[in-house]
Design a protein around this ligand. Structure first.
Ligand code: HMG
Ligand code: MG
Length: 323
């Protein structure tokens, strides 16, 4: 019996009309998660964590970031992490890059897919990458051109799409505009991102309506941080809109070093537990994913925020105590 399995509960409903539908989970824990941790995680432990995630069959794993090590020291070992992981056929191993230097480093390390990251607000863009939105898109134009020449696929992020730690509310059209511009540059998909975890199910349809007026549904993904506990509800709302790709991080690790107060991403196991319950098809092993989270939890200086991981740990303790 899986630790989270409560047995047969009879027929389950299909409120999101998702039974049998393929939902793609993009695992961002090794990048978005570990970039924010206070303790230093060794390269060997990062590699072992990613290998655990491969065993769990996450279809996409964001391995690291080829950004300036002065800006994000936790990602300075991106090349060694890429060199050390054991790749599983069919899993896409990706990396975040901020410029052509990052792209060249990523390709040298063996990445065949990368992600660039723009923002919907000027202040966040400046704080995160030291460029205005227009300047960053000019940089990404060079990245996309070079990536196309190298046969590398490019994903785009739009940060602060639901709210900004510096500017507050964000007009949905601003997020939609940056998303459309990234697609026009050649991104195959845009992850509309709630950098600080302020989104709620009342807001998700408003942002999606604006984005979907500019970007085809199959090119839209969502990236929720779970600061206020609304990420799962947001996913459910977006699923009923037809969105099929969601970012998450094992254990709920994460945050952004340039987004004060941002908590971790939606926890992958919380997402998989909900999707399994709804009968969606993810291909992810919840048991193996729990082992990945348990592995990285031992290297951190705080408990994992994932509710599923907490329940699994409590259950394990109870079983070991013979209760
Ligand atoms: P800068 O200081 O304006 O630019 O940084 P620079 O060109 O002057 O570069 C500074 C130094 O970094 C130079 O070294 C460059 O060579 C070096 P120096 O001459 O001083 O010795 N450098 C690099 N080194 C390695 N790899 C590179 C690279 N580029 C420059 N690729 C820059 C501008 C964009 C580089 C910097 O601001 C940066 O790296 N920012 C990254 C910030 C970051 O990683 N933030 C977290 C990820 S975003 C996120 O978490 C949000 C997301 O999850 C979605 C969401 O939730 O919203 C994606
Ligand atoms: Mg993020």
């Amino acid at each position: 019996m899986d630790i989270g399995d409560i047995g047969d509960i009879g027929d389950i409903g299909d409120i999101a009309n998702v039974r049998g539908r393929r939902i793609t989970i993009v695992e961002v824990g090794p990048r978005d998660g570990l970039q924010h941790e206070r303790v230093s995680i060794s390269t060997a432990d990062k590699i072992a964590f990613i290998d655990h995630l491969s065993v769990a069959n996450l279809p996409v794993i964001e391995v690291s970031a080829f950004v300036s090590p002065k800006w994000v020291p936790q990602m300075a070992d991106a090349t060694d992490v890429f060199a050390g992981i054991t790749r599983t056929a069919g899993i896409r191993y990706t990396a975040l890059v901020p410029n052509v230097t990052g792209l060249e480093r990523a390709v040298q390390a063996g990445a065949t897919e990368i992600a660039v990251f723009a923002a919907a607000t000027e202040t966040f863009s400046r704080k995160n990458i030291n460029q205005s939105i227009d300047e960053s898109l000019a940089t990404y134009q060079h990245v996309c051109e070079r990536a196309a020449a190298l046969g590398v696929r490019v994903r785009g992020y739009v940060s602060t799409a639901f709210g900004c730690p510096y500017e507050g509310g964000v007009a949905p059209e601003k997020a939609a505009d940056v998303a459309a511009r990234l697609i026009a540059l050649g991104a195959f998909e845009v992850a509309i991102s709630d950098t600080i975890g302020v989104a709620h199910p009342g807001q998700v349809p408003v942002v999606l309506d604006a984005v979907l007026a500019r970007v085809p549904l199959h090119q839209v993904a969502l990236h929720f941080h779970d600061t206020r506990g609304t990420a799962l509800a947001n996913v459910l709302t977006a699923i009923s809109y037809g969105v099929s790709t969601f970012d998450a991080s094992a254990g709920g690790l994460g945050g952004c070093p340039y987004a004060p107060g941002a908590a971790g991403n939606l926890a992958t196991e919380d997402l998989v537990y909900m999707l399994d319950g709804l009968g969606a098809v993810t291909g992810v092993s919840l048991a193996a994913l729990s082992e990945a989270s348990a592995f990285i939890a031992l290297r951190l200086d705080h408990p994992l925020p994932s509710r599923y991981a907490q329940a699994a740990a409590a259950n394990k303790k109870r079983l070991e105590a013979g209760d």
